[in-house]
Design a protein around this ligand. Structure first.
Ligand code: AMP
Length: 559
């Protein structure tokens, strides 16, 4: 199938051929004709990012837009500002030759007045983030009563980010006779609920295996002692000199810490997390996109919407709390037909979680030993020689200096010159790794007294470290849109102390538990108590289980 026989207008065909699109991607082949069909059904598209879904829904939406009608005819809701801007940009590119077409991007964290002005001037299609869209609807600036198509893009991400209420409110405001297109990489219960409540007899289109990682991604894990995580990361990075990757951490604090260490150790790395201002985040992303940074250390939330196609490695510095998030992380490499590697650094208790991910992605992980110092030195040496061999020599620029250079080096043999050049860079590694321990042996010794750990609804992330965690009870739960990310975010935002260590987070329907470092419990209780969560007063107290745990541990000396 090609774009020409799909029934797309000549203007759109010109637009996409200008972008170099020749053949439709699998999701485009299925979704474009289905959406173009008048009175067609609602559609659920299960597809990863990078599959071409923007054009899959964007092209038929533009085709069905009547530019003479000055009302909003399509609304696309998307989780992040970056995606929102990207979608509006893509639609403008597709519709470059449609005269009078107006597409607006409205998103939070930016001046609302200019967005209001733009909407008041009249637009045909809006790409929006949920919170800002709802705000504009409430202010009666955005009128969606006439839309024909509503797109929920990356629905699972939006719900993960806690936008459930906003989405419900927007869906309630949309006209009955609209058509709803929902795109999601995964289909957790929350997304299924939206589909059940707000979509009519949807047609399900799955591209690739549901929840599967990209075909050309290798999954590798390294098993080390928890406290050797950073050392293992460094070795993995050093063993891959051409790495261009994202290192995922669980918390802002960890993100900052890993990035700081990498920078201090001389790597081109930086952190991307929610504590940065929008301008700082834009700056970091720009440096990463242009290749000025080799590694981006990020939280899942902050890295959303970052669309870079040549990522060579994804490194899970810590496994995500939900197995599904692993799919989102690893899906950022192996794009556009390239191969990629997704790495997990785990400690001996986490093997169960690897097995669960394997089931989900339908692929096996390879276990690899952490590279030894000697292996890394060899890799670095060959990489250096390779680069030297391939270096382009600009005769014109260099020749004026060659006389002096040759005179200065005349006392050295050719072999000496080579050795010295190589040593210039190589010494850094050989020095560092001279007496480096074998991290694999250390991990094996520790694993003898191991205990298994797995993902699970009631036991999200167990850390039994000598009882130095206090378990807190919170009177809000899944029904209040609580997620591990939100709880960590609240602790970060309200307690304002980056050193607070967070352990197991356990979210029930109406309440939750979170473990915090024992010495921080009072501070966290004080900081969070009384805060407003979606209209409810937050109550935080020491969980009853602390007391019974203490008693048990005294009796049995478990730890
Ligand atoms: P998306 O999943 O919509 O973010 O698209 C991923 C990337 O693939 C974007 O850079 C698109 O410009 C590109 N793309 C989408 N459809 C096609 C196509 N049919 N041919 C070539 N590139 C495409």
């Amino acid at each position: 199938m090609n774009f020409e026989n799909m029934g797309l207008s000549p203007e759109l065909l010109r637009g996409i051929s200008g972008l170099g699109f020749e053949t439709p991607t699998p999701i485009q082949q299925e979704v474009i004709p289905a959406v173009l069909e008048n009175n067609g059904r609602d559609i659920i598209g299960l597809a990863q990012t990078g599959t071409g879904k923007t054009a899959a829904f964007g092209l038929p939406i533009l085709q069905q837009t009547d530019v003479n009608d000055k009302t909003v005819q399509a609304l696309i809701i998307t989780p992040t500002r970056e995606l929102c801007i990207q979608i509006a940009g893509d639609l403008n590119n597709f519709g470059k030759h449609i005269k009078g077409l107006k597409v607006a991007a409205v998103y939070g964290g930016a001046n609302i007045d200019s967005q209001i002005k733009q909407l008041r001037a009249g637009v045909h299609v809006i790409a929006a983030t949920p919170g800002r869209m709802l705000d504009l609807i409430k202010r009666k600036v955005a009128d969606i009563s006439n839309i024909r198509t509503l797109v929920l893009d990356e629905a699972d991400e939006m719900l993960n980010m806690g936008f459930r209420e906003e989405l419900d409110a927007i869906l309630e405001n949309a006209p009955e006779n609209r058509r709803t297109l929902l795109f999601s990489a995964t289909m957790p219960a929350d997304v299924a609920r939206i589909a059940n409540n707000y979509m009519k007899n949807p047609l399900e289109i799955t591209v690739g295996k549901q929840n599967s990682g990209a075909e050309n991604v290798r999954h590798i894990y390294y098993q080390v002692h928890a406290r050797d995580r950073y050392l293992a990361l460094k070795r993995i990075v050093d063993a891959n000199p051409d790495i261009y990757g994202i290192i995922f951490c669980r918390t802002r604090m960890e993100t900052k810490d890993v990035a700081d260490k990498l920078m201090k150790d001389g790597y081109h790395a930086d952190a991307l997390h929610g504590d940065l201002s929008q301008a700082q985040r834009d700056q970091v992303m720009k440096r990463f996109r242009t290749g000025a940074l080799q590694m981006l250390v990020a939280t899942d939330v902050a890295a959303r919407g970052l669309d870079v196609s040549d990522i060579t490695h994804i490194i899970n510095y810590n496994l995500p709390q939900e197995a599904e998030i692993y799919t989102h992380r690893s899906g950022r490499t192996g794009r556009a037909g390239k191969s990629g590697v997704s790495i997990a650094i785990i400690h001996y208790k986490e093997l169960g979680r690897i097995r669960q991910i394997e089931k989900m992605i339908g692929k096996k992980f390879e276990r690899k030993p952490v590279p030894t110092g000697e292996e890394i030195c060899k890799k670095q040496l060959f990489n250096l020689i390779d680069r030297m061999e391939k270096a382009e020599v600009d005769e014109e620029q260099i020749s004026p200096f060659m006389d002096v250079v040759n005179k200065k080096l005349a006392w050295l043999t050719k072999e000496d010159v080579i050795k010295k050049f190589v040593s210039l860079e190589f010494n850094r590694f050989s020095e560092y790794y001279k007496n480096a321990p074998d991290l694999n042996k250390k991990a094996e010794n520790d694993s003898k007294q191991g205990e298994k750990q797995s993902f699970g609804k009631s036991s999200r992330y167990k850390r039994k470290e000598k009882g130095n965690f206090a378990r807190l009870f919170l009177n809000v739960g899944r029904k209040d849109n609580m997620s591990p990310q939100r709880i960590i975010g609240m602790i970060n935002d309200y307690a304002k102390d980056r050193d607070i260590n967070i352990g197991e987070i356990d979210i029930k329907d109406n309440f939750s538990f979170v473990e915090v470092g024992d010495r921080y419990k009072t501070r966290v209780i004080k900081a969070l108590s009384g805060k407003n969560v979606k209209g409810r007063k937050l109550e935080v107290e020491l969980s009853q289980e602390n007391e019974s745990r203490k008693k048990k541990s005294k009796k049995k000396k478990r730890f």
